[in-house]
Write a new protein. Structure first.
Length: 221
């Protein structure tokens, strides 16, 4: 309410109460209008950044720190290193859960592109460039955003499927380490990361037989 405006008064106490209530509502409406007028409404997209291999996490941290230092939080959202949980096994059979990067050598940032944000990203150590064509940053496709960032999460962590890190791929030559076919050699025909198993084609009595084994039952040649 303006300093030049004088409060409206009446001899009727109830009328004065109603007037004060209306004046309070006007002040609240004015304050809200000021907030809406000053609110930042910056359009952002997800972008893929090329970074030094095996330094994805430290480079993402450096970018977040620089955004804060430059006071440019309003132009940036999340900075993400896409990863998934995988189970690996030690030689004594102990299970260990580790993070596996979905896109080694890349990180993702939600941001608004302008001269200042482009310069900040490009001048952050370890970041070589945006992905795109002709040097122009290209926003991620919505399908890729869903694939790498908006990944569905199980309501219960115990129900979340965890892939097993298997150090073999189709076509690898391996040797069976234990069991009825110990020391037999064969080729990996398929890999089942969800269950930690591999199918190996082994020659038995002149016939090619597919054998499904735990991945730790075989070793590379």
């Amino acid at each position: 309410m303006s300093e030049e405006q004088q409060p409206i008064e009446s001899d009727d106490p109830e009328l004065n109460s109603d007037i004060e209530s209306v004046e309070d509502e006007v002040v609240e409406a004015d304050d809200q209008a000021d907030v809406d007028e000053n609110a930042s409404d910056v359009d952002m997209d997800w972008y893929i950044l090329k970074v030094a291999f095996n330094r994805e996490d430290s480079i993402a941290d450096a970018l977040r720190k620089r955004i804060r230092m430059e006071g440019m939080e309003e132009f940036f959202g999340d900075v993400v290193v896409p990863s998934e949980d995988v189970a690996t096994f030690t030689r004594d059979g102990k299970k260990r859960i580790t993070k596996r990067k979905l896109l080694p050598g890349y990180i993702m940032a939600r941001m608004a592109i302008n001269d200042d944000t482009w310069f900040l990203v490009r001048e952050t150590g370890g970041i070589s460039d945006f992905t795109g064509s002709a040097g122009k940053p290209m926003p991620m496709d919505p399908a890729d955003v869903d694939r790498f960032i908006n990944r569905p999460e199980a309501e219960d962590e115990e129900d979340q499927p965890i892939k097993v890190g298997i150090p073999f791929k189709v076509g690898d030559r391996v040797r069976v380490k234990e069991g009825n076919f110990e020391n037999q050699e064969g080729d990996v025909d398929s890999v089942d990361e969800a269950n930690g198993r591999v199918t190996v084609i082994i020659n038995i009595f002149g016939r090619s037989v597919p054998m499904e084994l735990h991945h730790w039952q075989v070793e590379p040649l």
